[in-house]
Design a protein around this ligand. Structure first.
Ligand code: FES
Length: 143
């Protein structure tokens, strides 16, 4: 006896990547985006992320349009952004964003009139894009 007691230190925590994979395996975005242009909205700590099957892989972008923060893919049939040619069109005001880079392709808010003084609202901004990869058939997103 008389020896000093030491507390075992827990192993250092490693930050696990955010997997865009929910608890139910059938709800995995990869399984919901099997066809070209297929979409899945996944809640992650960074916010709702939209995973889209694009070309041979998947793209992960913010589901909030940088114009007014409206969803690119919502719960109703009216709020379903169209995916075409590697881009997604905001269902609200028609801004087209590249799924690879998030850059605005074409006119900013073509469905909105250019109002005096305020123009078309907030300045043109790209859609946030997240790195993603497929690991063991699951889409992993750095968000
Ligand atoms: S909310 Fe998307 S373009 Fe206006």
């Amino acid at each position: 006896m008389g020896g000093r007691r030491r507390r075992a230190q827990p192993p250092p925590r490693r930050r696990a990547p955010n997997r865009a994979q929910p608890r139910r395996p059938d709800a995995d975005p990869a399984s919901r985006c099997t066809r070209q242009g297929g979409k899945a909205v996944v809640p992650l700590p960074a916010g709702k992320v939209l995973v889209v099957k694009n070309g041979g892989g998947y793209c992960a972008v913010s589901n909030r349009c940088p114009h007014l923060g409206l969803p690119l893919v919502g719960k109703t049939a009216l709020f379903q952004g169209e995916v075409k040619g590697g881009c997604i069109t905001c269902p609200a005001h028609g801004t087209v964003f590249s799924l690879e880079t998030g850059a605005v392709e074409g006119e900013w808010c073509p469905k909105l009139p250019n109002l005096p003084i305020i123009g078309k609202g907030p300045k043109e901004a790209p859609l946030p894009v997240f790195k993603s990869r497929v690991v063991d058939g699951m889409v992993e997103v750095d968000a």
